[in-house]
Write a protein that binds this ligand. Sequence first.
Ligand SMILES: Cc1cc2nc3c(=O)[nH]c(=O)nc-3n(C[C@H](O)[C@H](O)[C@H](O)COP(=O)(O)O)c2cc1C
Length: 168
Amino acid sequence: MPFKEIRADGIGGNLIKRIRDQWMLIGAGTKGRANSMIGSWGLMGEMWGRDVAVCVVRPQRFTYEFMETNGTYALSFLPGEYRSVLNSFGTRSGREINKVEGGPLTPAYRQGALYYEEAELVLFCRKLYYQDFDQNLFLDKAIVDSCYGDGDFHRAYYGEILEVLVKE
Ligand SMILES: Cc1cc2nc3c(=O)[nH]c(=O)nc-3n(C[C@H](O)[C@H](O)[C@H](O)COP(=O)(O)O)c2cc1C
């Protein structure tokens, strides 16, 4: 089924549910050097007069290397039938399993970023800003204890939404 382009403010569904429950595949890199992982924490909204999507990646993720070396990334939202594949992309590293060519999904590349043909919604983003979470800045210290016991604070990437594709 072909994709069609829509405006960012035309994305359907509840964005909290999409990110938290549907999950997104955060894809970065180009053919031959790309990877993706599941993200279920993030934000979408308006920042600096632009449509922005934020995702958060811990430094030990293989995907982190691709987020760092590329200026763009893609957020692919897949239908429920791919849940078990998604789960494997969120529990196994691209250092040990294949998440691109020859893997269980069909990789594609656009705007300098990896996305998947099976997606029903894809956001292509250009990095504008990043921010490493700092334990001293958490006002609710319980978050530090519950989420960062290993000291592996996320890097948050703020990306301008360049293009949004949905399945027709
Ligand atoms: C439901 C779910 C949500 C996740 N969300 C995030 C996230 O937002 N940020 C993050 O760094 N890791 C997250 N992870 C963990 C990574 O997806 C996981 O460590 C993955 O294997 C990393 O793959 P990579 O090493 O190929 O990058 C999540 C995992 C699951 C199962």
